[in-house]
Design a protein. Structure first.
Length: 154
């Protein structure tokens, strides 16, 4: 699934620290109390968990997701994950309408060349896509793990 930003909002209530304490042995015996923090010495203040912090995180994730469009990402296709000649690849940036370009590895080593030969033998074909993933079909699913490079085009 591709990333969809969400606008987080802080909870606002009339009595944010009010709680009701009910006696479990006598449910008619209950008291409304205000809870006050009594944490002792604070050795690390920590980060607030609020709308501003969560919206900042949403924004950074969205920017990262957008920055991956047009960039080659290396993906490993595990031999054990092929089912009925298909494998689904989860990848940031993929949408229902994006285009994916698939390449072998640079022919800079014997291992990469072997990888690319096995990739060619598989004869991969597009088998559909949805938000956040695409599916490949292989005439002959590889018996070894393969690496591919994928460029997502919007």
């Amino acid at each position: 699934m591709s990333f969809v930003t969400r606008n987080w909002q802080d909870r606002v209530s009339q009595y944010p620290n009010r709680r009701v304490i009910t006696n479990v042995e006598d449910s008619s015996d209950s008291k409304v109390v205000t809870v006050t923090r009594d944490e002792g010495t604070i050795t690390q203040q920590g980060d607030p968990l609020n709308a501003a912090a969560l919206n900042n995180l949403e924004s950074r994730i969205s920017q990262m997701n957008t920055s991956l469009v047009g960039v080659a990402q290396t993906v490993t296709l595990l031999a054990s994950e092929w089912v009925d000649n298909t494998i689904t690849v989860n990848l940031l940036g993929v949408t229902a309408t994006s285009n994916q370009e698939i390449f072998g590895l640079p022919a800079t080593s014997a291992a990469n060349i072997q990888n690319n030969k096995a990739l060619q033998s598989a004869n991969l074909m597009d088998y559909g896509q949805t938000e956040g993933s695409f599916t490949l079909y292989a005439d002959t699913p590889p018996s070894v793990d393969l690496q591919i490079r994928v460029i997502v085009r919007s």
